[in-house]
Design a protein around this ligand. Sequence first.
Ligand code: NAD
Length: 357
Amino acid sequence: MMNYKIAVVPGDGIGPEVTTQALRVLDRIGEKYNHHFEYTKVLAGGAAIDATGGCLPRETVEVCKASDAVMLGAVGGWKWDTLPGDERPERALLGLRKELGLFANLRPAILFDELSQACPLKPEITAGGLDIVVVRELTGGIYFGEKGVKDTDLGPAAYDVEQYAEEEVRRIAIVAFDMAMKRNKKVTSVDKANVLESSRLWRRVVAEVAKDYPDVELNNLYVDNAAMQMILNPKQFDVIVTSNIFGDILSDEASQITGSIGMLPSASLAKGNFGMYEPVHGSAPDIAGQDKANPMATILSAAMMLRYTFGLSDEANDIEAAVKKVLADGYRTPDLMANGGKQMGTQEAGDRILAAI
Ligand code: NAD
């Protein structure tokens, strides 16, 4: 029996509720396929501030580094909103990304047929469903470049530098092409190479990496056009690879196509197969502790963990099929009830997904 070591960071608000359901689902998969998932729970965010005074205890970083993967709920909440920026719970996320070398952020935007009424696009545009992954560079570019303020002829000014090293582009491109090989063999690289020097380097390095993947079709799009195409014809996309800032914006745009934030999983990957898996949503303090949170984003994040860190595709498919089955049977958590259905709570959603596996 294989043993997989997972560091679990439940965090704050609905974080503990949704991670509890994801771990139940992993245990069910373990029973069915004869794997053992070993969990070590650690603190981060507001829970860590209350217990230790800091949002990211050293022990948490060490346990994460010693594990094969990390599962995170969400951090933050009203209780800590008055703390200064660098002491807030959300700083734990930046700390974890940096400490764990998580340079690639994967955000799938999947439109389940069962939830198609929640999509703001016309039905003829999305007929047959959508399945896009945005691969966003996470530790470079303008968010991490040189920044400052200075005096100019026009008065006080501020600047942020967009800079990419070839190696940073190469490693994120490899993630995108590897992913495309497991999907529909199509990569769209998004840049602004008509204006930006850093984008011209980006485009050149992506083209070099593409030579190692002759089966994958590569397209380049300028970011302004990509933003339009996402709405006009999203079905043309399979894997989108792009820089930190463009990915930040495009992944949010793509996610809106799918309806509810409670359905969106994500993965952040480091070199090798190590990754941190978490729902896109936050700690939702408005519904915490009320059995109202949709655990599907976290459960689908667990499926991504099985697929990308542990190489267990059948098991991942099994979880995704179970989520679809529960939706197809008409069951909805409150966030999905806009168009009716049979309402269920967080725990019942977990029960139903377990039963469907
Ligand atoms: P949020 O994602 O927590 O909530 C936005 C809205 O979506 C709320 O109405 C909430 O009830 C709803 N919602 C979110 N997840 C849901 C789910 N699984 N099921 C049903 N409904 C859900 O965003 P926010 O309100 O802007 O932020 C709340 C706190 O979370 C803040 O402290 C913020 O800093 C933090 N945050 C953390 C992360 C993270 O940990 N990765 C991400 C975003 C925000």
